[in-house]
Design a protein around this ligand. Structure first.
Ligand code: GDP
Length: 195
């Protein structure tokens, strides 16, 4: 899936601003600093589409990208940044709830975890919430280049058991450094869009 066109449509903070589009959407979510921007850039073969955040937790908007007029990538703000105020956290919760629970064109969420560690409590909460809404989830366990081959299976199993991954949802090891997993992620995304 060679990407020529990946243009920002809008940075939204509320439903009224979401693009009026019927294209299938893939939302990409994860803890701040987990490697979300790097992953998006790798998938889109860009150096700098989604700016890698020097200040975690900075992106407080939902960013919609038109990919080849075929699908929309939705970059949602990262969670779990320690230094957010209660008010900001409430804003984030509301923004996420509004998006995930109302967006009819949302076809899948790519939930990013860090393969070096067990998913966090917030990762678990996010996955549970998406399952409660019956949204298909692809879990991408990134920074795989940092995990030694010998312990990889155990780390992958930890992802499955900690999140309690249901049948039908996949976990794909990934690395933005080496590009490992890029084709698997694309195949998984495109498979159920029929592209
Ligand atoms: P974001 O805040 O989730 O968008 O995270 P970034 O994409 O900005 O990445 C956070 C940090 O992790 C940066 O220093 C990246 O260089 C690093 N990083 C991201 N992905 C990988 C990966 O696959 N492997 C390694 N080794 N480092 C990564």
């Amino acid at each position: 899936f060679p990407i020529q066109k990946a243009d920002i449509i809008i940075s939204a903070v509320q439903e009224e601003q979401y693009p009026d589009s019927v294209l299938p959407e893939i939302a990409i979510a994860g803890r701040s600093n987990v490697g979300k921007s790097s992953l998006i850039n790798k998938l889109l073969n860009r150096k700098k589409l989604a700016r890698t955040s020097s200040k975690p937790g900075r992106t407080r908007t939902i960013n919609f990208f038109n990919i080849e007029d075929e699908l929309i990538f939705v970059d949602v703000p990262g969670y779990g940044y320690a230094k957010v105020s209660k008010k900001e956290l409430e804003k984030w919760n509301h923004m996420m709830e509004e998006y995930f629970s109302t967006r009819e064109t949302l076809s899948k969420v790519v939930l990013i975890t860090d393969l070096r560690h067990k998913p966090t409590q917030l990762d678990v909460q996010m996955y549970e919430y998406l399952k409660y809404l019956n949204i298909p989830v692809l879990i991408v366990a990134t920074k795989a280049d940092k995990v030694k081959r010998g312990v990889r299976t155990r780390h992958l199993n930890d992802v499955y058991t900690t999140l309690n991954v249901i049948e039908g949802d996949a976990v794909i090891p990934f690395s933005s450094e080496t590009g490992e997993g890029t084709d698997d992620v694309w195949n998984n995304i495109l498979m159920d869009l029929g592209i």
